[in-house]
Design a protein around this ligand. Structure first.
Ligand code: UDP
Ligand code: MN
Length: 376
């Protein structure tokens, strides 16, 4: 056995979109090594087919496998969450060495040199630089290490409830012992750094090899205009636009044509989108959803589509109370007042907007269009 591989993880079809774009980004920069993806039963068979077209290995793993002693122990700690599934990467013993990359990363330049590093090499976390960020790390598959980490997890847990806290506790000498295990930040550039330290991004941004869209900056959750092909970054983060745009360009070029409506949630909805053409009803519904998500993250297009007039129109339509001529919105006085009132009205509109909004659920997956019993 032997060989090197890039490994990622997807537990649902939405994260699989990230995995697909990541895989294409790796192919685009001409990596010499194999691509492997761990999937859980939450990934549809249609999506697995598409993953198999670009990954050389699509390995099903279980989130909580009752036949697995180590995972049984973990069962007592359900809150440790789905990112523990990542630990299964140590079981890929058909490879000699691997680099784990989160599904929300994008490789922008060839970085096959990472395989020269040893376990456990990783870049500092932007929040606490004495910890490594577990979105990109070099590791050596080993059943023994897998057993040891899961036993450790069962005994000690994770200080942050996720894989990062656990792995930092397990590989606890990373901060001090061996500087060669510290990957330069350009191998895991957390997208938030582009605006928290803009001068550094200006200076070194050209050298970036792997972008990591941590937290709410997941590219597939941003508002994307299907007509213009432009993605809108989260509020206050304009510097993210070119990075998000790169993700969407690869998505539109390589991934979108492969999507099927049989896929779950967001992936299935995106499959019904046409690009660069007038919008279909499904597309309008999807874009409404994306906009709602942006709204929940504080991105409100006050002057455009979220303007009071549009909200008012929507309320009237949704409540089926709209007379043939819609009433004009109530008059307001100062600009500030208008803004806060708009916000309140917007809340009402959000509540009433049941026919187009697609409901959000955990894990960033979404269901079919709402208007069903449990919609709010
Ligand atoms: N992941 C997944 N499904 C989930 C959450 C996470 O497949 O519902 C995987 C995916 O590979 C993801 C990684 O676990 O990139 C870590 O989670 P995430 O990237 O959301 O964490 P962050 O980097 O924002 O801390
Ligand atoms: Mn991540």
């Amino acid at each position: 056995m032997g060989g090197y591989a890039w490994v990622t993880l997807a537990t649902n079809d939405a994260y699989s979109l990230g995995a697909l774009v990541l895989a294409h980004s790796l192919r685009r920069v001409g990596t010499k090594y194999e691509l492997a993806v761990l999937v859980t039963p939450g990934v549809t068979s249609m999506m697995r087919e598409k993953l198999a077209a670009v990954f050389s290995l699509v390995q099903e793993v279980n989130v909580l496998d009752s036949k697995d002693e180590a995972n049984l122990a973990l069962l007592a700690r359900p809150e440790l969450g789905i990112t523990f599934t990542k630990l299964h990467c140590w079981r890929l013993t058909q490879y000699e060495k691997c680099v784990f990359v989160d599904a929300d990363t994008l490789v922008v330049r060839n970085c096959d040199e990472l395989f020269e590093r040893e376990e456990l090499s990783a870049a500092p976390d932007v929040g606490w630089p004495d910890c490594f960020n577990s979105g990109v790390f070099v590791f050596k598959p080993s059943q023994q290490t897998f057993a040891s980490i899961t036993a450790f997890a069962a005994a000690k847990g994770s200080f942050d409830g996720g894989d990062q806290g656990l792995l930092n506790m397990y590989f606890n000498d990373w901060a001090r012992k061996d500087i060669s295990k510290h990957l330069p930040f350009i191998y895991n550039m957390c997208s938030t750094a582009t605006y928290s330290y803009l001068p550094a991004f200006k200076q070194f941004g050209e050298d970036v090899r792997i972008i990591h869209f941590i937290g709410i900056t997941k590219p597939w959750l941003q508002y994307f205009d299907t007509l213009t092909g432009i993605v809108q970054p989260p509020a206050g983060t304009p510097h993210l636009q070119p990075l998000l745009q790169l993700w969407w360009n690869i998505f539109c070029d390589k991934v979108h044509p492969q999507l099927s409506p049989a896929m779950a949630g967001l992936a299935g909805a995106l499959a019904q989108m046409t690009l660069g053409e007038p919008r279909s009803a499904e597309q309008i519904a999807l874009e409404e959803h994306m906009r709602k998500q942006s709204w929940e993250q504080g991105q409100i297009d006050y002057m455009g589509r979220d303007s009071f007039d549009n909200i008012w129109k929507k309320i009237c339509e949704t409540l089926s109370l709209a007379p043939s001529r819609q009433p004009s919105p109530p008059k307001t006085t100062s600009e500030d007042e208008t803004k806060s009132e708009k916000k309140e009205e917007a809340e009402v509109a959000k509540e009433a907007n049941t026919d187009l909004i697609i409901q959000s659920e955990g894990n960033n997956e979404i269901n079919s269009p709402a208007g069903t019993e449990d919609s709010n």
